[in-house]
Design a protein. Sequence first.
Length: 225
Amino acid sequence: MTIIEPTKRSVQNPERTKTYSATLRFWHWANMIIIAGSLLTVLLNSTVLDDRSDAAFLKTELQKSGAAVTNDQTQTVAHALSDKVWGIHIYFGYGLTALLLFRLILEFFQLADQKFIRILKMAYNKLQQTKKERETARHDFFVKLIYSAFYFLLLLMVLTGLFLAFEDFFAPYKSIRPSVRSFHGFCMYLVLAFITVHLLGVFLAERKDSKGIVSDMINGGGDKD
């Protein structure tokens, strides 16, 4: 059993399949859409809408049509186009913030056997059980640790993103903006790494003893009578 594979079985009762509440499933898929959209805006601005290459392209095309433009003028236009996409990126960031708050609040209203913290603690406690249960618990515990790291990463993304978005409010800390921007970008690569690991884990799980784990996150899972 690969350590990155999520499992279908409940930690509390290994004979039963995990269940996922409708609100948790909504959060999961909404989070996926928001993160994908956010990463897409970064990809666009680092490739198609790169300021430097677009400025050169605009100058060339405008000169072909007979317009007389300067480097500063085309750079301004290219930068404005890039800013529009960053504006969309900021809205995705607001969405990510709302979803993170939603997930934190949801933890208090989840059924006891679906609370993330409770499942993590139970997996840790089961490490002291018999060998077979201990191996299953160890696996689930480390998977949940990876998810915990992802939640913490989302928190860092949200906090640094809000700092950058509300630059006027945080004007006294303008000197650290470049560092915060660099760290925010670094967190993006960590998110990409998690997504890669998560998708690989799900793929492996689907091919082994946790087949149907994706559909469980759509229809709620659980043992059907």
